[in-house]
Design a protein around this ligand. Structure first.
Ligand code: M6R
Length: 610
């Protein structure tokens, strides 16, 4: 996720660029830049770090009527000056800002390189500038050059393009990444998101996938990528500026919960091929390297640790090799048994968690192959690991981790399927089933999220509970642990989360009227056993809230409240559709209890102390 803004009109364009960018800082903040018309040529100024650094760089600089700007959340290439946007071709003929991921950029870069193009960044975006520049002399208009250049591009993008030869316009296009056009009198604006534009205009056009726009001071002309003209009526925005930053939601947490289909789609993008193959183009590991691992170690904290437990479940099932999961803080002082041919995975949203970093350094000293599953590009864990698989969740602002968790599971599932295919440990039809389920995952998660109105009603009935049990078996027990962490950290509800089969060995003593038990049930083979556990709770007058699959007609008979989620042919992947319900439940309970949801007491987003 990155933020794009742009302005064309009589006002000081640089001032507007900086002001609008600041309003999009929640979309990314590792570098920023602006391309503007200096009066006789196109100029680009950009800098790593927060927008404040760019502001200092631009002190005293003036633009004439036209600027496009960008705040970056790195996906390809570390956050430094050359990788910051805008990107240009060698001659500075075009400048491009981009939000999204170009899937086939390596291929395109290679082809452009063979035709003599030289690159100055590691980004996927830069290929767009070169592709457009190549088309310019062949086309009648700059918009035609953009349209043609995009024809060979796969992936997601929202782009804004400026041209040295055409300082009267900005050309924009979108596919799978948002872009809006703000309409003014004798001036127009663009932005990735509405909040950036609210101080200037409330009349916006929301571009749709496959739209291309030509924006001048006085006009906005739209066409489809096939060249056919199209009209999109403007809408009037009535949100407050604060609500707009959260996409019209009350909190970042709910915004981020609802972003999960898109975050998972972005994470799978480029790795899960349409033909069912899996590839990690960013890793420099040969087939024999993958085959040599006899054991896998996963080290993480909090929510990332819970994702690691799901990783253990899928990897052991599919790969039939031992997987150990450690809390980072325990690994370091736990005198771990270090063995050869171990792949050590470090999972972290921030990439800065001190305990995980310390464990990583220990593993490096032991000579393990280390691999990070990290969200923040260029973070310490990402830099210090031998290999990194980035989750593409975009910035996660709420302290409670939600979309980072789903994208971590998506990466672990891809890794599990990939490793079992290169080691031949999974029957072909099971592999195909897994790939198919992952391909459908964004829409399956979206279906789970549709339960929100029902979950909110259940929260209204249960929010005053003094104690919540979270119960499941197998992979559902791990999801239950994450559900419990969510309600504990944001709603301050005490929880117990043993595997359901452990209840009668002690925790059952805590069940009494008023106590709730949230059951997660996605696996056919443990359903009858879970029925026994559910009855144990009911017999002691506990209240049961059941999250189960749409085909279950056994457990709902005993539950007080039931929410149904999609049934997946591959049960190992069910956490991705069950967790949204638990996140939504925690969110609504916290809201009803009047809690500070995005910044819960005593907690920080990134824990950089041991
Ligand atoms: O940045 P990390 O993923 O390394 O952070 C690990 C934990 O601190 C984090 O997952 C924490 O448990 C979450 N805020 C819980 O929602």
């Amino acid at each position: 996720m990155c933020g794009i803004t742009g302005y064309i009109g009589p006002r000081p364009a640089i001032e507007i660029a900086l002001d609008t960018l600041k309003r999009l800082e929640y979309r990314g903040y590792d570098s920023a830049g602006v391309a503007f018309w200096s009066g006789d040529h196109l100029e680009v100024m950009k800098r790593a770090g927060k927008i404040q650094h760019l502001t200092e760089l631009l002190n005293g600089v003036e633009a004439h009527g036209l600027a496009v700007s960008h705040t970056r959340w790195a996906t390809h290439g570390i956050p430094n000056d050359p990788n910051a946007h805008p990107h240009t071709d060698e001659n500075g003929t075009v400048a491009v800002v981009h939000n999204g991921i170009i899937e086939n950029y390596l291929e395109l870069r290679h082809e452009l390189g063979a035709r003599g193009h030289r690159f100055s960044s590691e980004t996927d975006t830069e290929v767009l500038a070169h592709l457009i520049e190549e088309q310019l002399p062949l086309c009648e208009s700059p918009e035609e050059a953009v349209r043609r250049a995009l024809q060979g591009v796969r992936g997601s993008y929202a782009i804004a393009v400026m041209f040295t030869e055409h300082p009267d316009r900005v050309v924009v296009a979108r596919h799978d990444s948002p872009l809006v056009i703000g309409l003014g009198e004798g001036e127009n604006f663009i932005a990735s998101d509405i909040p950036a534009l609210l101080p200037y205009t409330r009349r916006v056009i929301l571009l749709e996938n496959g739209d291309l726009g030509i924006i001048t001071r006085d006009s906005v002309r739209l066409m489809r990528l096939d060249g056919s003209p199209i009209e999109r009526p403007p809408v009037e925005i009535t949100w407050s500026a604060e609500a707009a930053e959260k996409g019209g939601h009350e909190h970042f947490m709910i915004k981020e919960i609802l972003e999960q289909p898109e975050a998972v789609r972005d994470t799978l993008r480029g790795r899960l091929k349409p033909n069912g193959g899996i590839a990690f183009p960013e890793l420099k590991l040969e087939l024999e390297d993958w085959q040599k691992f006899r054991r896998i170690l996963i080290v993480a904290c909090g929510t990332a640790y819970h994702a690691g437990l799901i990783g253990k479940f899928v990897l052991e099932r599919w790969l039939r090799r031992p997987v150990e999961v450690y809390y980072s803080s325990e690994f370091r002082y736990g005198d771990p048994i270090l063995q050869p041919n171990t792949l050590a995975l470090f999972i972290s949203q921030s990439g800065e968690t001190a305990d995980t970093l310390a464990a990583l350094r220990l593993c490096r000293e032991a000579g393990y192959t280390t691999m990070g599953i990290v969200n923040v590009v260029g973070s310490s864990i990402a830099r210090e690991c031998d290999h990194v698989l980035y989750t593409q969740a975009g910035p996660e602002i709420s302290v409670a981790s939600t979309k980072a968790y789903s994208t971590q599971i998506a990466v672990l599932s891809l890794l599990g399927l990939y490793l079992s295919s290169v080691n031949g440990t999974l029957p072909m039809h099971t592999y195909t089933e897994g790939v198919k389920s992952l391909m459908q995952m964004p829409s399956l998660i979206a279906r789970s999220l549709e339960t929100e109105p029902q979950v909110r009603q259940i929260a209204e009935a249960l929010y005053q509970t003094p104690l919540a049990f979270y119960l499941g078996r197998g992979v559902d027990a791990y999801v239950a642990m994450e559900g419990a962490l969510k309600i504990k950290e944001i709603a301050y509800v005490p929880t117990q989360e043993p595997p359901a089969g452990e209840m009668k060995h002690g925790p059952l003593a805590l069940i009494e009227p008023g106590v709730i038990a949230v059951f997660v049930s996605t696996q056919e083979r443990t359903r009858e056993k879970l029925l026994g556990n559910l009855k144990e709770v009911k017999a002691r007058q506990g209240t049961v809230f059941l999250v189960t699959t749409e085909d279950d007609d056994l457990l709902p008979q005993e539950a007080d409240y039931t929410v149904r989620i999609p049934r997946l042919p591959m049960e190992e992947l069910s956490p991705l559709v069950s967790i949204p319900v638990l996140q939504l439940f925690a969110y609504h309970v916290a809201r009803l209890r009047g809690c500070e949801i995005d910044q819960p007491r005593n907690l920080a987003k990134s824990v950089t102390v041991e």
